[in-house]
Design a protein around this ligand. Structure first.
Ligand code: PLP
Length: 413
């Protein structure tokens, strides 16, 4: 029997007394086992950002599944994928992992190896997967374990420094002792609501990390929603390492991390060591099936042409929510990041995780999600987040606008 009856423990926390059990996902829709159909704006919390089972990926996976799933040897697709990731994201060396969590773990190890330092730095309210060092919070200036993290191996204050997003002074204070191997950060925060960087924040972050000899790891897993080269390409960032996962192979488990020449020069000899037990990678990492799915996604699905279709719909979604907020004079706001949209119960866009926490209303959030679900719309749990896929239609967006307007009107009466 599955623990808590679901394949991941937190799935019992979807709005409503039980999660939907899915019969099928296709394009931007899912159908549950009772035959109800929903427009899916959750899209597997980004894993299916390009729609469920895109044809090009289904075809590539079907082909590869007959030619070997996992051989623990490279296929030619891996060469194509490495080059293509380099072309898009501007870093020369790439490696494949199974999950974004793993890509982050391995990148942290590489940063430690390259700098000889132990600590990492993250921002309050971050999420980088189940990486123990990053499951931390800032409480009255102290680093404490994230509430709910099970069996943390050691006190995270030993491994991790935490500052607020957009706080350049705190960042410099934390980096000055020169004991931080890397900053691990999303270019724009997406796991505590969408929090955009202040103008000049990334320039300062890069300058300070270089000044104090700390590597900069940009976690692009969710910010791939900004375009075909993520936030990095869209806004011209220059990190040492980039990590990503989730939609890279349209939901087939795979992740990747890119590394600069400067960093690979520092660690290459160790990676080539005959005695290598680096703690990086696993038997299934880079398996032929996952790499074939990643190639098909990059070639046919995660494309400029699809972003040209998705962006106007994301703007339309955001405007629909904004208009309803204004019409009901609610002190709420909506923020868009590429094809990702999120509204929150606060009057102005947040600048950091603490501002989000101060306005969090889990009951209201659940109610909004349940109202949407009962009207045929699936949103991401614990967030008011929506994603637009290439399969999302204008009518889907307009359905959400109508349901959102109806819900907020009912709430204020
Ligand atoms: C920014 C970011 N990085 C990494 C991860 C971890 O992804 P996974 O759970 O697929 O390992 C997540 C998951 O939500 C994420 O939001």
């Amino acid at each position: 029997m599955l623990l808590a009856g679901v394949p991941m423990n937190w799935m019992i926390r979807w709005a409503g007394p039980f999660p939907l059990f899915v019969k099928e996902g296709k394009g931007a829709r899912i159908t549950d086992v009772d035959g109800h159909s929903y427009v899916d704006f959750c899209l597997g919390d980004t894993g299916s950002m390009f729609g469920h089972s895109p044809k090009a990926v289904v075809d590539a996976v079907s082909r590869q599944v007959r030619r070997g799933i996992t051989m623990m040897l490279p296929t030619e697709d891996s060469i194509w994928v490495g080059r293509e990731l380099g072309r898009r994201f501007g870093l020369p060396y790439w490696q494949v992992a199974m999950t974004a969590t793993d890509a982050n773990r391995y990148s942290i190890k590489i940063a430690r190896m390259a700098t000889g330092r132990k600590k990492i730095l993250v921002v309050d309210g971050c999420y980088h997967g189940s990486v123990d060092e990053a499951l931390v919070s800032l409480e009255n200036g102290r680093v404490v374990p994230r509430k709910g993290n099970l069996g943390a191996p050691i006190d995270p204050a030993v491994t991790t420094k935490v500052v607020e997003f957009n706080d350049i002074e705190a960042l410099e204070r934390a980096l000055r002792p020169q004991d931080v191997a890397c900053v691990l950060i999303e270019p724009a925060m997406t796991n505590h609501g969408i929090i955009l960087p202040d103008p000049g924040y990334h320039e300062a972050l890069r300058e300070l990390t270089l000044k104090y000899g700390t590597l900069l790891i940009d976690d692009e897993t969710h910010t791939l929603c900004c375009g075909v080269g993520g936030y990095t390409r869209e806004y011209g960032l220059d990190p040492d390492i980039i990590t990503m996962g989730k939609p890279l192979a349209s939901g087939v488990p795979v992740a990747a991390y890119g590394i600069s020449r400067r960093v690979t020069d520092l660690v290459f000899d160790r990676i080539h060591d005959d005695e290598d037990e680096s703690g990086i990678g696993g038997t299934l990492s880079g398996n032929a099936l996952a790499v074939a799915a990643m190639r098909a996604t990059l070639e046919k699905v995660y494309t400029e042409a699809n972003f040209r279709k998705m962006m106007p719909l994301a703007e339309r979604f955001s405007k629909g929510v904004e208009d309803a907020i204004v019409s009901e004079e609610l002190p709420w706001q909506v923020t868009r990041l590429g094809v990702r949209i999120e509204y929150s119960f606060m009057p102005k866009p947040p600048r950091n995780g603490s501002e989000v926490d101060a306005h969090k209303d889990s009951e209201l959030e659940k109610l909004m999600h349940l109202m949407a679900l009962n009207r045929g719309i699936l949103l991401t749990p614990f967030h008011n987040m929506a994603l637009i896929s290439p399969a999302t239609k204008r009518e889907d967006v307009d359905l959400h606008t109508g349901v959102f307007q109806e819900s907020v009107s009912a709430l204020v009466r």
